[in-house]
Design a protein around this ligand. Structure first.
Ligand code: EPU
Length: 337
């Protein structure tokens, strides 16, 4: 197991913020996890799991241990004419898994193409895009339970997945280290084309094959979202707010073009935070060295050398403006550490 002391985290977070962590460990197996969490300095000074650091904003040096999962195995455990159960190590790049599924003709994650990050991080915030989410295909999550010092398997129902939500952000936060995820992918075509211009792009490419859906989603994302390797960012900075229907109706009455989405919760409607921020005039603007992406207002970017404070000041200003104009609170989707 690789352990390094006093490490600069700039290469390990997509905002490119330069802070130090007291310790950094790469864990490949449950045995490694057992060894790591037997060390008093790790349990006493705190730890956090980090995938590719694509959804995190560090606001200062981290005094504990950053733990990364290095298991990059994809194993087909069960396969029949209907589908396949596949165990995927937490260190596999998410988009590599999507490509693997598409090239093996397995359905379920194609709409989640090009989402940055690792498989180990996908259940934590239940990544989602273009009408699909990780929870659609997750069967079980294998974790190291740092409180009990043992490996556990949580069934999907126990993970309580919701919109950018799971138990890993709540009751298991700071306790579970995701080692691997077991997915169930289908072999029957199940194209989901109803979000935005996915259908039009897929049809332009020649029809709803897995490959065409992946290509269409990649094209849409590339057109709207900045590449964090070029411009520091952590994807959507805020969650889309879920409000009472009456609030959505009030906004629609004044701004009929406001996008609204139904939710599984009776009486509640989801609004598009990007649209709200855009309407406040923030798209493309900057405050210090932090800015709002010019093609998607939900994404805050590091225009070069921005500190975490600059990003947070920008986020607070945007939040205040959205509340003043629309009477709606927007909350960060990014983990602020
Ligand atoms: N919109 C604007 N102006 C903007 C941005 C958006 O008017 O600057 C409008 C769009 O025209 C559209 C609506 O707002 O009518 C929604 O925009 P979009 O389809 O781009 O999606 P989003 O709701 O802003 C969510 C996810 C994204 C995901 C897309 C596609 C969240 C927090 N974000 O964004 O996820 O890629 O849907 O499914 O739910 C991420 O989580 O990091 C992420 C990028």
């Amino acid at each position: 197991m690789k352990i390094v002391e006093n490490i600069d985290l700039a290469p390990y977070n997509s905002f490119g913020v330069s802070v130090k962590a007291a310790r950094y460990a790469e864990v490949t197996s449950a045995e490694d996890a057992a060894e790591l969490f037997a060390r008093p300095e790790v349990t006493e000074q705190g730890w956090m799991a980090l995938g590719d650091g694509c959804n995190v904003l560090f606001t200062g040096d981290y005094p504990g241990t950053i733990v990364r999962i290095a298991n990059r195995e994809i194993t087909v455990e069960n396969e029949d004419s209907e589908g396949a159960v596949v165990r995927v190590g937490g260190g596999v790049e998410w988009d590599d898994l999507v490509e693997w599924c598409v090239s093996h003709e397995l359905w379920g994650v194609e709409n989640l193409s090009l989402i940055p990050g690792t498989v180990g991080a996908c259940p934590v915030q239940n990544i989602g895009a273009y009408g699909a989410e990780a929870a659609d295909t997750i069967r079980e999550v294998e974790i190291w339970d740092t409180a009990e010092g043992c490996r556990r398997v949580l069934k999907a129902a126990e993970c309580k997945f919701g919109y950018r939500e799971s138990v890993f952000k709540h009751e298991w936060k700071g306790r579970a280290l995701v080692l691997a995820v077991r997915f169930e992918f289908g072999k029957t075509a199940n194209p989901r084309l109803d979000y935005g211009d996915v259908r039009a792009r897929v049809e332009a490419l020649g029809g709803a094959t897995l490959r065409n859906i992946r290509t269409a989603v990649v094209e849409i994302r590339r057109a709207k979202l900045p590449d964090h390797k070029v411009v520091g960012n952590a994807g959507s900075f805020f969650k889309n707010p879920v409000v009472e229907d009456s609030v959505a109706e009030r906004i629609k009455a004044e701004w009929p073009d406001a996008p609204t989405y139904p939710t599984p919760h009776e009486g509640m409607t989801k609004l598009a935070a990007g649209w709200l921020i855009d309407k406040c005039g923030w798209k493309g603007r900057s405050l210090g060295r932090a800015g709002v992406h010019d093609r998607q207002a939900l994404v805050l970017v590091n225009r070069g050398g921005a500190t975490a404070e600059e990003v947070i000041t920008l986020a607070q200003t945007i939040r205040r403006d959205v509340a003043a104009k629309f009477g709606v609170e927007i909350d960060p989707e990014v983990n602020i550490i």
